[in-house]
Structure formats: structure tokens, C-alpha cells
Design a protein around this ligand. Structure first.
Ligand SMILES: Cc1cc2nc3c(=O)[nH]c(=O)nc-3n(C[C@H](O)[C@H](O)[C@H](O)COP(=O)(O)OP(=O)(O)OC[C@H]3O[C@@H](n4cnc5c(N)ncnc54)[C@H](O)[C@@H]3O)c2cc1C
Length: 399
């Protein structure tokens, strides 16, 4: 039997739940279908278990997309302050860690419990452990669109119908907890274009040669400015050596802008004038250079650096060359750790296919896409959740 709803939402993640709450509050009869055994699994593992649920400084510049204007409307209509007031309404304790990033004091489960409660209050029905095998759109008569122009969603043991279908199935990151290409496949099925998905906010992997040289420093971290020449984006944060390459906030951020070919440019001594610093030392030999490096870099990294790039004498030129090297270390990663370790998936449903105000497909009325499945990706720091909340909110008002 085909059970009827006003709105069916596929995916009980951040975006799908926010959309369900808003649509439910407007009196819509809402069904959320989720293939996992609980809601918001990604929320639970986010932010190291504390969920960096928004960023106070959110602006369109914190997002990338083939159309960088697309996210503006949704971000303006549902702001970090709106989500913070929801968090405060539920008396969830939180704090700002740094750079406007808001985290739960206790655990990310505070956020899923809040969303669960809001769904209940709004009369939303959630069906877990539901695998959707097929989605069909039945043709409708133009004069009676909402009654007959139905989407039919076929699950293993039941089928559901609604005039509006919202796809909130997320991206490809972390297949271990159930990420699937379902949303992209569905978009293609209905003839919508996709910006090729790729892993973003992801650790980088060194070549074998570089790994031999650096990877035993795994766990060592230092502040850097990371950039790529092509995009001119720069991030001043920590870099961390791993067993396979480099990670840490600065590297995760720049990975999203990396084209997979050009070197990543690292300044290992931001704002330091080493030549001037060296002049304050008695000698300008290798041992004073080593002392200086140890002030700037963690000791093991400083010593390895000197073994790899020894000082070529104590002339002004040699010192200047050594300084230049430290401010512009070009690393050439072999690749990324891929979706298994990526915090998000860049690319997705082409924004040209969607209304920026309602996220409704221009080609297929009644079909909506929200959250990570859309080609809008945030930088590190709570921006991806803010996009999920904002896009979910906007569709909740439209369906
Ligand atoms: C380790 C990690 C840490 C993160 N930390 C942060 C952070 O602190 N701050 C931040 O802003 N962002 C963070 N992110 C990114 C953030 O989690 C995502 O951008 C956000 O969850 C996207 O929300 P969404 O609702 O679009 O997708 P998701 O949260 O991925 O939800 C999609 C839902 O759809 C379900 N689904 C998939 N296929 C189907 C199907 N066929 N039928 C039914 N259901 C289906 C999935 O099971 C899932 O529940 C993190 C990501 C990871 C992986």
C-alpha cells in the first residue's frame, strides 16, 4: 500500500532533520526515511564527538561551489544566531573554541537529542533502517498537480507517496558509517547535472620519497601558513605530520582548494624574520641556525629540517636562501586519504539546476536537494553544519 504524505525527506542527517522540523511546524505531514539504525550519525562523530555546530563568523566567503553566489540566499535567511537560539532553547551548554567555532560542552548527542525532540514536537514521522530501492515520479494532470503529481518511494517492505520529495542523503565521506552515492544517482535519474564529487577537508598523502623523509615525525605539529598558488587562499593554522603525510587544520583547509597536481606552499615561520633574528646571535654558523630553528619549529622537526636542508655556509646569501626555503616549503603530495578520511565531499548536484531560494529543481517541480549532496561546501570550522541547517530551513519553508 502506498502511504501518503505531504513531504518525504530522504536522509535523517543535519539537513534532512532541520527541513523536517520546519515543514512539520508549518503543519505539513512529513515522513523522513533513513537507511541507518539511528538519526544523525555524522553529527555524533563530528567535531571530535562535540559537534562544531556552527560558526559565528559565517559568510558566503567560507564556502566554495561552481557558483559562489548560490549559498548567499539560504545563509542570509537562517543564520548562526538562529541555530544558537535553538540550542539555547534546549539549554544545551556550549562554548566558542576559537575563530567563532561553537562546540557542545558535553557531547554531540545533545544536538541529535534536540533535533529528535523538535521532530517529535512538530509531528514528524521518522522511519529508520529503511533502504530505498526506487524513486518514481508519476505524471500528473496540470490542473490538479498536488494530488496526482506524486513521487513514489519504494522501500523493501513498503511504498510511500508525496507531491514533494527532499533529497538530504549527504556526500560520499566516511562510507564506514553509511555514506552512499544515492543522492547523486537520483539527481542523474531525473536528468540533473552533477559537479564531479571529490574528497575535501582531507589529509594529504606524501610520495614514497617524502614519506621516508618525514613520516616518522607523525604526531609532530607546527603552525604554518598554507596556500596554493592557483587559488590564492591562505590558511594560518597548525599542520600535523601523520604516518602517511600531513594533516591538521591548515592542511585540511587547503586540501579543499588543491587541484591534485600543483604543490602546496607552506610558510613554516609565519611573521618571523630569521635573518634579523640571526643577527642577534654571536655566531652565524650551523649551531646558531639550529638553535634558531628549534625556537621556531618543534625540536625533532627542526633537526630533520637541518639534515634535509643544511646551511650552505655562513654568507649573507646562504642565510637568505635558508630563510627563503623555510618560508616557502613546496610539498608535492601524491594524493589524499580519500573519502575514508574526508570530512566532506565537494561537488554534487549542480547549483544551476536548483532555485537558490527554495532549492527546488528547475526541471523537476517538487524535487528538492539540501545539505552536502548539493555543490556547496564549507571550510573547516562549523560551516558545513551551518549550510545543512540553512538549506534545510529554506526547503522546510518551501515544501
Ligand atoms: C568525522 C567528521 C567530522 C565532522 N565534523 C564537523 C563539524 O564539527 N562541523 C561541521 O560543520 N561539519 C562537520 N562535518 C561535516 C558534516 O558532518 C556534514 O557536512 C553534514 O553532516 C552534512 O549534513 P547532511 O544532512 O547533508 O548529510 P549527512 O549528515 O551525511 O546525512 C545524510 C543522511 O542520509 C542517510 N542516507 C544516505 N543514503 C540514504 C538512502 N539511500 N536512503 C535513506 N537515507 C540515506 C545517511 O545515513 C545520513 O543519515 C564532519 C564530517 C565528518 C565526516
Amino acid at each position: 500500500m502506498n502511504q501518503k504524505y505531504d513531504v518525504i525527506i530522504l536522509g535523517a542527517g543535519a539537513a534532512g532533520l532541520m527541513c523536517a522540523i520546519e515543514a512539520g511546524k508549518r503543519g505539513r505531514h512529513v515522513l523522513v526515511l533513513e537507511r541507518a539504525d539511528r538519526i544523525g550519525k555524522k553529527i555524533l562523530i563530528s567535531g571530535g564527538g562535540r559537534c562544531n555546530f556552527t560558526n559565528l563568523h559565517t559568510s558566503p566567503e567560507n564556502f566554495f561551489s561552481a557558483n559562489r553566489h548560490f549559498a548567499k540566499s539560504a545563509l542570509a535567511r537562517y543564520t548562526p544566531a538562529d541555530f544558537v537560539s535553538l540550542v539555547e532553547k534546549h539549554r544545551i551548554p556550549y562554548h566558542e573554541k576559537k575563530l567563532g567555532q561553537l562546540f557542545c560542552d558535553r557531547a554531540a548527542s545533545d544536538i541529535t537529542a534536540m533535533l529528535d525532540q523538535e521532530c517529535r514536537d512538530a509531528g514528524v514521522e521518522i522511519r529508520l533502517n529503511t533502504r530505498v530501492s526506487e524513486v518514481r515520479k508519476n505524471g500528473g494532470r496540470k490542473d490538479d498537480l498536488h494530488e496526482t503529481d506524486q513521487f513514489t518511494v519504494q522501500a523493501e517492505d513498503a511504498s510511500f507517496g508525496a507531491p514533494r520529495l527532499v533529497v538530504a542523503t549527504g556526500g560520499l565521506s566516511i562510507p564506514k558509517i553509511g555514506a552512499t552515492p544515492f543522492g547523486y544517482d537520483l539527481a542523474r535519474q531525473f536528468g540533473l547535472k552533477i559537479e564531479p564529487p571529490r574528497a575535501a577537508l582531507v589529509p594529504l598523502v606524501f610520495s614514497e620519497r617524502d614519506c621516508k623523509r618525514w613520516c616518522d615525525l607523525a604526531g609532530v605539529s607546527t603552525e604554518v601558513i598554507a596556500c596554493t598558488r592557483a587559488t590564492k587562499q591562505t590558511f594560518r593554522e597548525n599542520m600535523l605530520f601523520t604516518h602517511r603525510g600531513i594533516s591538521g587544520p591548515a592542511i585540511l583547509q587547503i586540501s579543499s582548494y588543491w587541484d591534485g597536481k600543483e604543490p602546496i606552499h607552506l610558510d613554516l615561520a609565519p611573521d618571523r624574520d630569521l635573518t634579523a633574528d640571526l643577527r642577534t646571535r654571536e655566531h652565524r654558523d650551523e649551531s646558531s641556525w639550529k638553535l634558531l630553528l628549534r625556537e621556531i619549529l618543534p625540536r625533532r622537526f627542526a633537526d630533520r629540517w637541518l639534515e634535509t636542508y643544511p646551511l650552505a655556509g655562513n654568507s649573507d646569501r646562504a642565510i637568505a636562501d635558508a630563510e627563503r626555503q623555510l618560508h616557502s616549503w613546496d610539498v608535492e603530495p601524491e594524493g589524499t586519504e580519500g573519502y575514508a578520511k574526508a570530512e566532506v565531499t565537494a561537488g554534487g548536484v549542480d547549483t544551476g539546476e536548483l532555485s537558490a531560494k527554495t532549492m527546488e529543481s528547475k526541471k523537476v517541480p517538487g524535487l528538492f536537494f539540501i545539505g552536502e549532496v548539493v555543490d556547496v561546501t564549507g571550510q573547516l570550522g562549523g560551516f558545513n553544519f551551518q549550510w545543512a541547517w540553512a538549506s534545510g530551513f529554506c526547503v522546510g519553508q518551501a515544501v
